[in-house]
Write a protein that binds this ligand. Sequence first.
Ligand SMILES: *Cc1c(COP(=O)(O)O)cnc(C)c1O
Length: 485
Amino acid sequence: MSAEPQRKSLQLSREEMREFGYRVIDMLLDYYDERANKPVAETLDFEALDAILREPLPREGMPWPEALAQFERQVVDSSNRVDHPRFFAYIPLANNFVSVMADSLAAGYNIFNAVWLQGPGAAQIERLTVDWLRQIFGLPAEAGGTFVSGGSAANLTALAVAREAQLSGELRDAVAYCSDQIHFAVSRGMRILGFAPEQLRKLPSDDHFRLPLAPLTEAIAADRAAGKRPFCVIASAGTTNTGAVDPLAALADLCATEELWLHVDGAYGAPAALTEKGNLALKGLGRVDSLALDAHKWLFQPIECGVALVRDRRWLPRTFKETPEYLKDIQIEGEELNFMDQGIQLTRQFRALKLWMSFKVFGLDAISEAIAAGFENAELAERLLRETGCWEIVTPAQMAILTFRYQPANGDEALADRVTQDLVGRMLDDGYAFASGTQLRGKPVMRMCCNNPRTTPDDIEKTIQLMTRLAAALEAEHGGLPASK
Ligand SMILES: *Cc1c(COP(=O)(O)O)cnc(C)c1O
């Protein structure tokens, strides 16, 4: 084959494709081997990256090894390693190789998973995988769902269903309720769906950062008395800040009495239902009307794997189905499912494949153990922090998350604030481990999320030692002793 027509059809030679593919696998394997020895985060600023990467739109192609090398140097090496065993910031994203390969297969075969008739096998796998999730979370047989890009899209999809089911298109005076700990994806979703900010009532959370029942009941009654239309309670199954789980069973009771939709943001925490402790914490999860899940968090999938689940799957097509004339011939009946009718995408990636394949290859027991490891690591971190005597535990380990605050020897709160705030930057500079900060009740705190199953007890121990050392150095720098006023 001459080079010219090949280029026109955007093809590499078979030999080149093999070489390219194997090179990519080797790169990944080297990365997995080396990951724990590399800094957790290496970042370049905009000027530095722009200087390296900016170039004119390429008229002529370049050999693929050069493009690959550039990706490795400038993209991989300037990214936070969110799957590093000592990355404890935000929500760590530890994926697995089986799912990485499954993603490559979905892209390589370019399976169109929107219409039953064009890919019944893929549709059936998505439906089956959704059903496995339904069983894990204890939802009834008539529940269903759809794979989406992530937690934000899952919350948006589920809330669109709640709006349809409860309000039939009339948004006026409608009110939804959540705690002040709700993820911003929910507030943004409500805004996109056309609700004004005051139509999402964010109630102050209780001492354990949960949605408080009595004030919620009162707010609903007051709103009804004022002629408003309460329609939905949005609860968290593991908040991003502290891992707090709202009282799901009590909320389900309340919603049943008040005829409200119960939506649960389980983007982070829902998979914990696969462990004994998590299952206890998530009691009532099976009673929700809809549930948002992020399988790229605690189910170890590569990024972009969310799922929206609804208790009565008929509400998905009622919310999303359209029948344009150019798609009349793909209409189907009975048990066959067109996934384009279940959410906002027509052409969709075959995201279910990765979760399905990893469930099959590892089995649910291994996945449960991997999730349980997160609980154990967070509990170990809490114990070790307490032992140092210089950290205050603000919220204990729950759902693999804990928050804490440095306690200077002189007890000065302003100094504690400064040390806690500056610690994140010091950890980034050091590169050995990374935890992020957040604010609780207006106070800066440190936070560790320990859901990476490849984190070892030694990683936890050395990370706590490092944080304690860096914090003590900051305390000395900021003039910790003697006591300031
Ligand atoms: C991460 C997260 C989200 C948003 O999910 P994305 O996949 O990042 O869009 C929503 N809610 C909670 C509780 C989360 O932890």
